[in-house]
Each structure stands twice: as structure tokens, then as C-alpha cells.
Design a protein around this ligand. Structure first.
Ligand code: ADP
Ligand code: MG
Length: 159
């Protein structure tokens, strides 16, 4: 990857709709081959964020459900296809060898929930961390090393 990168960016959201909007802003600049690794505890808003990603890709966001009991969902029909993987049920040290992640990347973008459970280093993911603050407040952090198109999209997002 030779894309320009800049320092990490954080966004605070006060409700699920705002988290989805952050996802949609990033989804709008998502490209085939991108891997988005989403970390955060149960109920942090990872699935909500992926719903936004799907909307930003131009697919039907209503199709997005928590795939905790289904390992892999595919959302076709948008500007790019979005693959949605959840590592939760795979447990610690999740073996993504189960999926041909490279083949998924050839087909579209890949969003992975509970990414902290899997070793994704070889896929050079863009890391997104969602921290539960007090009440409904969430802090959504884009990892350092994210391509600048993502940082720019976040900065351009009106609160
Ligand atoms: P995860 O996939 O991380 O387990 P979900 O996206 O399935 O989480 O669920 C997040 C839950 O938290 C939803 O019920 C949502 O309505 C609620 N929620 C409250 N505040 C927020 C927020 N700021 N962002 C996202 N979800 C929120
Ligand atoms: Mg989820």
C-alpha cells in the first residue's frame, strides 16, 4: 500500500444513528480490497457501524444484521460488494483461514467484527475501535495508518 496516511481520528457519537452515520461516511470511500477491522465490546455498536458501511457502499442497509451466529454475510448490489464477518463465535485466536479473505477482497470490501480475536496482520486492515463511554456515548477511533481518504471522510462529517 502506497496510499498517504495520517494520524488517527476520533469521533464521539451520542446514539446509534450517529454511529451508523460515521459508518456511512467511511463506506462512501470504501474500495474493493479494503479490510475494516472493528474492535469493541458486546453492544458497542459494531453491527450498527457496519450497517452504515453498507449504506455508504450503496447497498440495502436493512439487510445488515448482527452475524454473531452467522459467520459471514454478503451485501451485494451497491457500488461495491460488502462482506461482513463476525469472529465472536470463532473465539480467541479466530482462524480466518476458514474464509478465503483474499478472494473476498478480490470481490469487494471486508468488514470484520470482533477483529481483536483474529490475526489480521497479513491483510493490513484499517482498524476501527468503538469504546463504550457513559450511557449511549461511544468513541469511534480510526487507527493510525488508515488511508487519508478515511480520515478526510471522518473530518468532513458534520456532527
Ligand atoms: P455490537 O455489534 O458491537 O455488539 P450492536 O451494533 O449490535 O453492537 O448494538 C449496539 C446497541 O447499542 C444497539 O442496541 C444500539 O441501539 C445501542 N446504542 C446506544 N448508543 C449507541 C451509539 N452511540 N452507537 C451505537 N449503538 C448505540
Ligand atoms: Mg455485532
Amino acid at each position: 500500500m502506497t496510499e498517504e496516511t495520517r494520524s488517527a481520528t476520533e469521533r464521539i457519537t451520542e446514539n446509534a444513528r450517529a454511529t451508523e452515520a460515521v459508518g456511512a461516511a467511511l463506506g462512501a470511500v470504501l474500495r474493493r480490497g479494503d479490510v475494516i477491522a472493528i474492535d469493541g465490546d458486546l453492544g458497542a455498536g459494531k453491527t450498527c457501524f457496519v450497517r452504515g458501511l453498507a449504506r455508504g457502499c450503496g447497498t440495502d442497509a436493512e439487510l445488515v444484521r448482527s452475524p454473531t451466529f452467522v459467520l459471514h454475510h454478503v451485501y451485494p448490489g451497491g457500488r461495491i460488494t460488502l462482506h461482513h464477518i463476525d469472529c465472536y463465535r470463532l473465539g480467541d485466536g479466530a482462524d480466518l483461514g476458514l474464509f478465503d479473505v483474499d478472494a473476498l477482497r478480490d470481490d469487494g470490501a471486508v468488514a470484520i467484527e470482533w477483529a481483536q480475536l483474529a490475526n489480521l496482520v497479513e491483510h493490513e486492515p484499517v482498524r476501527v475501535t468503538i469504546d463504550i463511554r457513559s450511557g449511549d456515548e461511544r468513541a469511534i477511533r480510526l487507527g493510525s495508518g488508515a488511508p487519508s481518504r478515511f480520515v478526510d471522510a471522518l473530518e468532513a462529517l458534520k456532527t
